[in-house]
Ligand binder design. Structure first.
Ligand code: BT5
Length: 278
């Protein structure tokens, strides 16, 4: 891929300027630097390979060359002047995750779910992760950087000992799909750049209604483990903070859990990992 070709592929989307790299440390780092120098709304950083891709609390995110999507979209923070600061990270994380789910559904009929707060699962494995970071100047929000990594082909799946939750990739599911009007099962390769286009297009649509109830219900419909019991693990240490049954979302983006005693509690912090109890 090269910058000009990618610009052409994305030409029908109302994006800002694009930066394409064959290899970069982290698209989020580049996007944050760009944002701090006043990047335009919807500026986009895309890389084929990341050498220091990041997850939450600086955990490693693997992006191998030619096999995955890694990009960061810069959104102008001034549009969020009236949004409570505590809503920003959960809501924009869900924006990225929901766009991934929709694109997979629409392009490939692959059913994906959101493991609160920031993972996209297919067939129980993690195919994508979202890292949202905010850029402030004093108490003025300059930008929201939405970083998304998607595992597309099998080589994108990190080694088992490098991940704390089973990883998966899209192509392993697309081949199993029977396409409409087609008697044969097709083993179709996923075009990463078409996937990127579709994903960004869904993201732009959802952004228009990001703080409306319709967004919360779409997000809730995609939630993994609804009705199931989960362990809430501290992201820093392998300790169980609590267990509960996932019952849905609150308007502020917190996750509602019912405890064994029947009380409803809310999970606010993104610094947790959910694990099925079984
Ligand atoms: C995430 O963090 O899942 C957010 C990942 C965001 C990556 C994008 S790529 C573009 C942009 N630029 C960046 O530098 N980052 C963003 P978290 O929930 O903390 O998950 C991190 C954990 O996922 C790691 O500790 C591993 O266990 C696991 N992991 C790492 N790489 C993976 C991969 N390719 N597929 C599945 N799991 C992975």
């Amino acid at each position: 891929m090269d910058q000009r070709t990618l610009e052409q592929i994305l030409a029908d989307l109302p994006l800002g300027p694009l930066r394409y790299y064959d290899r970069i440390a982290s698209t989020n780092d580049d996007a944050r630097r760009w944002a701090s120098r006043g990047a335009q709304d919807l500026s986009l950083v895309v890389a084929d390979e990341q050498t220091a891709g990041r997850g939450r609390i600086d955990r490693r995110w693997f992006t191998s060359t030619g096999a995955a999507l890694a990009f960061s979209l810069i959104l102008d923070g001034r549009q969020q002047e009236h949004t409570p600061a505590s809503w920003l990270i959960p809501r924009f994380t869900a924006l990225g995750a929901l766009a991934v789910c929709d694109a997979l559904q629409e392009e490939y009929r692959v059913a994906a779910q959101i493991k609160w707060p920031n993972d996209v699962l297919v067939g129980g494995g993690k195919v994508a992760g979202v890292l949202v970071e905010t850029q402030w100047l004093g108490n003025q929000l300059q930008a929201v950087v939405v970083g998304i990594g998607v595992n597309v082909s099998p080589v994108s799946i990190p080694p088992l000992d490098a991940v704390s939750f089973p990883a998966a990739c899209i192509e392993n599911f697309v081949g199993l799909i029977r396409r409409e009007n087609d008697d044969l099962e097709t083993s179709q390769r996923v075009d990463r750049w078409e996937l990127l286009r579709s994903l960004l297009s869904r993201l732009l649509e959802w952004r228009e209604v990001l703080f409306q109830d319709v967004f919360i219900s779409a997000w809730e419909k995609r939630l993994a483990y609804i009705g199931e019991w989960v362990r809430v693990m501290d992201i820093q240490s392998p300790t169980i903070k609590q267990t509960g049954q996932v019952i849905g979302l609150e308007r502020d983006g917190s996750l509602k859990l019912r405890t064994a005693r029947g009380d409803v509690t809310h999970l606010y912090s993104g610094d947790v990992n959910l694990r099925p109890l079984k």
